[in-house]
Design a binder for this molecule. Structure first.
Ligand code: SF4
Length: 234
């Protein structure tokens, strides 16, 4: 399945599989990848709803699967508190943070550079230090305009497989899974946020686009921080 998933018609899967079939497919993808990569399969956990769903799925496959969290100096207090709760529950989650000096308002003047320094760089470090051969993400193709062209299994960086096991899930199916499995989520969702990032770059909106509240007022609006688009092995 890992091999065929590289070429599947993602949109057809989104529309034609039911919730249970999607969950089973996600579990199978993680299971197969774990058989192949063992301990060098690692989950990237952003502490958002999609990540905690993927983390829960991975734990169904094998409770020893490790993960990493990329945090920044700009994460909302609620997210930081949620992170500490997750770490207390899952000590196999490792935190990475880049504390190098940057202009305090870099997120306004050059958000791409800010994300590159505070998010992409520590992701590269996590991948190198944890000896990752397959990283597992909570990316979904229905989240917004920048996420439609991904596959469930990718090799954007040579020798580094990226597995997106819930790529074909709809937002509703993520909440369905979390509710049915009573998974704890970041309390910011109760405030109305639908996609979470750093405090200065995350807003609540009524826009149908799930990521519309990210980087409002910049050319990056509704876009990407770079960990899914920039090379991770340099
Ligand atoms: S989301 Fe905003 S504050 Fe966070 S790293 Fe990116 S630009 Fe900087």
């Amino acid at each position: 399945m890992i091999e065929t998933a590289k070429q599947e018609n993602v949109q057809e899967l989104v529309e034609n599989l039911n919730f249970k079939e999607k969950v089973d497919r996600s579990l199978l993808l993680i299971e197969e990848a774990y058989k192949r990569f063992g301990d060098s399969l690692v989950v990237a956990n952003s502490l958002g709803k999609d990540s905690v769903a993927v983390w829960h799925l991975a734990k169904q496959v094998n409770r020893n699967i490790r993960g990493f969290i990329i945090t920044t100096r700009f994460k909302p207090t609620d997210t930081v508190q949620f992170m500490h709760k997750q770490i207390a529950k899952y000590p196999e989650l490792k935190i990475y943070e880049n504390r190098e000096w940057i202009l305090p308002n870099l997120y306004e003047t050059d958000p791409d550079l800010c994300c590159d320094i505070l998010k992409v760089k520590p992701t590269r470090r996590a991948i190198e230090e944890m000896d990752v051969k397959c990283w597992v993400t909570g990316l979904r193709c229905t989240e917004g305009r920048t996420r439609v062209d991904f596959q469930e299994v990718e090799e954007r960086d040579y020798g580094l497989i990226k597995l997106n096991p819930i790529l074909i899930w709809q937002e509703r199916e993520v909440w369905q899974y979390l509710a049915l499995n009573q998974v704890d989520v970041n309390p910011l969702y109760a405030e109305g946020y639908r996609s979470l990032g750093c405090a200065p770059c995350t807003n609540i909106t009524a826009d149908p686009n799930e990521r519309a509240g990210r980087w409002i007022g910049t050319g990056k609006c509704g876009g990407e921080c770079g960990i899914h688009t920039r090379p991770l092995r340099v």
